[in-house]
Design a protein around this ligand. Structure first.
Ligand code: G3H
Ligand code: 13P
Ligand code: ZN
Length: 333
């Protein structure tokens, strides 16, 4: 099956009242682990690549790996999404590569730190919509800033998404999906104490803008058993803390449909490699540690697909193509 537009996966999740994990990838083991979890749980899936991932894979390797993922899993609905695109050039590049969804993160200025004005965000996001929609490609925007690191820089101020602004933003840009800032941040050090997220904002935005699909970035839960394993085997991740899965489930009940996860699979990989290197110092064949890394990522991803409720929903609907969404967008003009 060819990759499907992310819009379809999220619209179906809205109908079914569940969330879909969007997992970041950079290499083959991650892609294989995520695809096996999707297959075993019969879940639709979103695979996403950051600008860093595009650089790391030199574009072509990522594209070929995703072709392999689709060919190897013909029944699974897969969307391939650009995570945190920061200008129109990278949006075009991803579309040329065959991505079925792109994000333009217009929440911060080009320096990646200063919050962009509402008008500036509308302008760049609208430009991205005008590039993506004629190809049938889904567009995710972002309003408000996350507390953490976006491409290794930190927003200088955290701004939670205002529901009334979100409605206006959606109206003025035509985005399909909107990343909302509700107090999460990227990375492994999200909170110092158990977090309170602004879930009420999700409920309000969902009520006021029911046609846009809401996205939660910075959604890794930073499993404490994995952090303990990293630390036990020589790592240093003191006070790492993430978003409890129960808080994400509450977000899903209020209207979150896409849940971004990167850090959790990174920690799973690191914990596994550290353990093997310490416990089996004679190992030097990369398959002997990258195979277990794949298993560890599989475990995390499978658990999230079950917790977010996407498990079991892959066969609820027939796939559509980018041509179908292209026609839909044309009609809406
Ligand atoms: O948004 C952040 C993601 O975790 C991607 O991270 O830019 O290091 O690939 P990266
Ligand atoms: P985490 O760092 O919490 O995994 O968030 C990833 C993310 O939001 C990617 O866009
Ligand atoms: Zn993000």
């Amino acid at each position: 099956m060819p990759l499907v537009p992310m819009k379809q996966i999220l619209d179906e999740a809205e109908k079914g009242g569940y969330g879909v994990g969007a997992f970041n990838v950079n290499n083959m083991e991650q892609i294989q682990a995520i695809m096996r979890a999707a297959k075993d749980t019969n879940s639709p899936v979103i695979i996403q690549a950051s600008r860093g991932a595009l650089r790391y894979t030199n574009l072509i390797y990522l594209r070929k790996l995703m072709e392999a993922a689709a060919e190897d899993n013909p029944k699974i609905k897969i969307a391939l999404h650009l995570d945190h695109g920061n200008d129109l050039e990278v949006v075009k590049q991803a579309i040329d590569l065959g991505f079925t969804s792109v994000m333009i993160d217009g929440s911060l200025d080009a320096d990646g730190k200063t919050p962009r004005s509402f008008e500036g965000n509308v302008e760049i996001t609208r430009g991205a919509v005008e590039i993506a929609h004629p190809h049938g490609v889904t567009l995710e925007g972002e309003l408000g800033t996350l507390g953490g690191i976006e491409e290794h820089v930190q927003a200088s101020r955290v701004i939670l998404t205002e529901p009334s602004e979100a409605v206006e933003f959606v109206k003025q840009t035509g985005v399909d999906a909107l990343a909302v800032a509700i107090g999460t941040s990227h990375g492994a050090y999200k909170f110092k104490v158990t977090p309170t997220l602004a879930i009420d904002r999700v409920e309000k935005i969902h009520e006021l803008a029911p046609d846009v699909r809401l996205v939660m970035h910075g959604s890794s839960s930073v499993p404490q058993e994995l952090v303990a394993e990293v630390n036990k085997y020589g790592g240093k991740m003191p006070n790492a803390m993430g978003v409890p899965v129960s808080a994400i489930q509450e977000g899903i009940r209020m209207g979150i449909r896409k849940i971004n996860i990167d850090t959790d699979t990174r920690i799973a990989a690191t914990a596994t490699i550290r353990r093997i290197f310490v416990e089996e110092p004679g190992v030097f064949d990369p398959r002997e540690y990258l195979g277990p890394v794949r298993e560890a990522i599989y475990g995390v991803v499978r658990a999230r697909m079950e917790a977010f409720g996407s498990a079991g929903h892959n066969d609820d609907y027939a796939p559509i193509t980018l041509d179908d969404t292209k026609r839909l967008y044309l009609k809406r003009r």
